[in-house]
Design a protein around this ligand. Structure first.
Ligand code: SAH
Length: 322
């Protein structure tokens, strides 16, 4: 699709035709199996100050935590024993783990015979290279928005150019690379969402996660309106139609702002769910936005999937053409 076509569809997010088209393409290219990725949020310590995020360094209201390497590895084992084939390690951006510690964690988790995804923010080429060599398979780094002015306002401690550099490095190093964006940020235009989608297509990312912005009370955007569920869903459906074989999660943010949001997304192009496997005592503290949906029970997910004629996949769920 060209930009004009994308804009036209984004201007009509209540037109259901786009969702059934995305659903058909999902079925044809990636099938009916849904990949579950066990998300372990291992530290909420963050040096960034992103305007939308509850983990921003200037939020003094949350208690910061850092799981030990042993705790992280044990939690990955627990997830593996429950049947998860992919472990996703996510954290705020911090230097509280040395490269050696991270490498040890990666190697131990890889010895469990699982796929491993990292989502730990902006690092150097050499660090990404070391993590890859240690066994990490995939990396998630959303561009958040491709609108450079908006990016600058929202990320006072970061640079758009460095985020791009990171995504390029990850591709060069042959990670499966996931990116994505936030929908409904204050001052974000439909045109800029169309540019985000074109950016994803141009870069041929292996995974794209799109979620509505949800205001957090301890951030500068506390009074900003919440992102629209259907606008986020629509952007996701357009991504599926243009990037047929990639992995697309039904994001937790979608489930958070809409009842059954995950199931709706799975019928509009998504083929992945990322259940939260963070230990209970830490889950509440990883509050990137409030009231994060916590429907993470595997049996319950399986039941829900059955109700829409879908099954849990039992392979690693790499991008099909990789
Ligand atoms: N530090 C890592 C992980 C960030 S948290 C990194 O920089 O990649 C994962 C995602 O949560 C972010 O990429 C962002 O898109 C999303 N997020 C953060 N705050 C949010 C909010 N208020 N509403 C919805 N999504 C949010």
């Amino acid at each position: 699709m060209n930009k004009d076509e994308i804009i036209e569809i984004l201007n009509n997010p209540n037109d259901k035709a786009i969702y059934s088209k995305a659903n058909q393409i999902r079925k044809k290219y990636v099938g009916d199996k849904v990949h579950l990725r066990a998300l372990i949020e291992f530290s909420n310590i963050c040096k960034c100050n992103c305007h939308y995020c509850g983990l921003r360094c200037q939020n003094n209201e949350i208690e910061r935590y850092k799981m030990s390497p042993e705790e992280i590895i044990n939690q990955a084992k627990y997830a593996k024993n429950l049947g998860y084939k992919t472990i996703v390690l996510q954290s705020g951006e911090n230097d509280n783990y040395s490269s050696d510690e991270l490498i040890k964690i990666i190697k131990n988790i890889k010895s469990l015979d699982v796929a491993l995804t990292l989502s730990i923010g902006e690092k150097s080429f050499d660090e990404y290279k070391e993590f890859k060599k240690a066994g990490a398979d995939r990396y998630l780094l959303r561009i958040e928005t491709t609108d450079k002015n908006l990016y600058k306002i929202l990320h006072p401690k970061a640079s758009f150019e460095n985020r791009l550099r990171c995504l390029e490095d990850l591709k060069k190093l042959d990670y499966e690379v996931g990116s994505g964006s936030l929908i409904g940020l204050a001052n974000q235009t439909i045109e800029s969402i169309a540019d985000d989608i074109l950016f994803f297509i141009e870069n041929d990312f292996d995974m794209i996660g799109i979620g509505p912005f949800i205001p957090h009370q301890n951030t500068p955007l506390k009074n900003a309106p919440m992102g629209d569920f259907y606008l986020a869903l629509c952007a996701m459906a357009i991504v599926r139609i243009n990037m047929k074989d990639i992995n697309i999660p039904a994001t937790t943010a979608m489930e958070t702002i809409k009842k059954q949001g995950r199931l709706i997304a799975l019928q509009a192009g998504a083929n992945v769910i990322m259940p939260n496997l963070t230990p209970n005592k830490y889950q509440k503290k990883y509050e990137i936005y409030p009231n994060k949906a916590n429907k993470n029970d595997r049996k319950e997910i399986e039941q829900n999937l059955l109700s829409i004629n879908r099954l849990i996949a039992n392979d690693f769920g790499n991008r099909k053409n990789k």
